[in-house]
Write a new protein. Structure first.
Length: 149
């Protein structure tokens, strides 16, 4: 197997960690749509908080990518998504979910651009898009439940 092909495959450990990381957000969204479980109130609170936590984690990935070069601008820019996400949590839930979704998508775009420039491995871009899709669908479903519930 060529080195280039190996670089495109998502490592098994990253797949597993990504799936485990997505579970609480997906579970929060599922709990909203199955009120018989009796945890829908908790899910309404936990889902946005966990989305903010994921955004914070993704910012940490960017920090790790630029630590060798110690790019001060990149480090400071990496603080914007977590602050935006955590500030969103004090707003009405509908607004918070919209902001969380926007921040998640903008951060994913920044990560894809970092993959393109070689700051992050190619496989991370693929994994990031899968995780962003799962998180985005969960956030949209939570927003839909809030608006149309």
């Amino acid at each position: 197997m060529s080195v280039a092909l190996q670089d495109t495959r998502i490592p098994a450990a990253a797949w597993l960690a990504g799936a485990i990381a997505a579970l609480p957000l997906v579970a929060s969204f599922a709990a909203l749509w199955v009120p018989q479980w009796g945890v829908d109130t908790l899910a309404r609170q936990a889902g946005p908080i966990y989305a903010a936590l994921l955004i914070t984690f993704f910012s940490g990935v960017r920090w790790g990518a630029c630590l060798n070069a110690v790019a001060v601008g990149e480090l400071l820019l990496g603080l914007v998504p977590p602050y935006a996400a955590w500030i969103a949590l004090i707003l009405r839930p509908e607004f918070a979910l919209c902001i969380l979704l926007i921040v998640l998508l903008l951060q994913a775009l920044a990560d894809v651009l970092a993959v393109e420039e070689g700051s992050l491995p190619y496989w991370y871009g693929k994994l990031r898009m899968l995780l962003t899709t799962a998180a985005g669908i969960a956030i949209l479903a939570m927003l839909g439940e809030r608006l149309f519930g």
